[in-house]
Design a protein around this ligand. Structure first.
Ligand SMILES: [Zn+2]
Ligand SMILES: [Zn+2]
Length: 343
């Protein structure tokens, strides 16, 4: 079977991997779509294969496909089921695992990440534990399922946490794949969206997805621009999806008194001044890291029932043979989302 290998220094190759078969409680999934998430780029760009891909494990933690074979003792799944794969596996016994939050599993030697510590979705097939398979609603395409497998549902979960509603003006910092999904979901939930980025292309996409206003942070202080749009108050809620110190500060400074802000952009660091930034402004600060299996199912149902056009954010599609070149092109900073598709 074919699969992608990251060789370091932004080199990806299609190589032959051994055939695979499901073990007990596992299924074999034929991939139909596999998304590229921001964190994949970190291992793609590493100077040499790091601990995550030293054994050339197939990357890809946004897998979506069809079950083609059941291992022994699989319950509740059938050959032909269309599934989105929740890309974490834990002990299946602790409180977090039992509530679908395997990524929070406390039994560290049982915790696995598909696409990192285990083979992921950038291959013709993958083996997945039955507990990680979430039904893909009939009305959703495989590529929308792939987007939901990490990026889009991460946004959905953060919006749930912020309790975004039609009462709100909601500013989204960073219009990458997670931020664009926050824009389209937030709009569907009725909020007035202010999309913030430094790329005019990304802001144009955000407008097309229903953003009420766009703010180009490279053409002036973003918090000032947001206050001008909100009678001097700031946004009711803000989301930071860029993972930068400057946007983390700007998101806080753009939130109104008694407002809420949520961080989803990972890595790096930031220094807040507690009194002016948080205490004297009665700010509620939240963090949100991906979602549970239930959260994934909920995001998928919302997308299907409301006909949320997540596919309009997918700007780059490739088959697996051409994926290495497509990686290279997309890593130059193209807006939107990249997926590998199989016929
Ligand atoms: Zn991801
Ligand atoms: Zn556990």
């Amino acid at each position: 079977m074919r699969g992608i290998a990251f060789k370091g220094n932004s080199i990806a190759e299609v190589i032959d991997y051994p055939e695979i078969a499901p073990g007990p409680e596992q299924v074999l999934v034929k991939l139909r779509s596999s998304g590229l998430c921001g964190s994949d780029f970190m291992s793609y760009r590493d100077k040499s294969p790091n601990e995550h891909n030293a054994e050339l494990r197939r990357p890809g933690h946004e897998p979506c496909g069809e079950i083609v074979e059941l291992g022994p003792n699989v319950k509740g799944l059938s050959v032909g089921d269309r599934i989105i794969q929740h890309h974490y596996e834990g002990c299946r016994k602790c409180d977090y695992c039992l509530t679908g939050w395997q990524q929070l599993c406390e039994v560290t030697d049982k915790k696995e990440y598909y696409g990192r510590s285990m083979h992921g979705g950038h291959g013709d097939y993958m083996v997945a534990h039955q507990s990680t398979c979430v039904p893909l609603p009939d009305d959703l395409s495989f590529e929308i399922g792939a987007y939901l497998a990490c990026g889009a549902s991460t946004a959905f979960q953060a919006l749930k946490k912020l309790e975004i509603s039609g009462r709100e003006t909601f500013a989204v910092f960073g219009q990458g794949p997670v931020g664009l999904a926050a824009t389209i979901f937030g709009n569907e939930m009725g909020a007035r969206i202010i999309a913030v980025d430094i790329s005019t292309e990304r802001l144009k996409m955000a407008s097309n997805l229903g953003a009420w206003k766009t703010v180009n942070a490279s053409s002036g202080d973003a918090p000032e621009q947001i206050k001008e749009l909100t009678n001097g108050n700031g946004a009711d809620s803000t989301l930071e999806a860029a993972g930068l110190s400057v946007t983390r500060i700007a998101a806080v400074e753009s939130t109104r008194v008694f407002g809420k802000t949520c961080l989803v952009g990972e890595g790096g660091e930031v220094t807040y001044e507690p009194t002016p930034h948080i205490i004297h402004r009665h700010l509620t600060m939240l963090g949100s890291w991906t979602f549970s299996t239930f959260g994934l199912s909920e995001a998928a149902r919302f997308t299907a029932e409301r006909k949320v056009a997540l596919d309009s954010i997918i700007t780059s599609r490739s088959n697996i043979e051409d994926a290495p070149q497509a990686y290279k092109e997309f890593s130059k900073g193209a807006p939107g989302k990249f997926v590998i598709n199989w016929d």
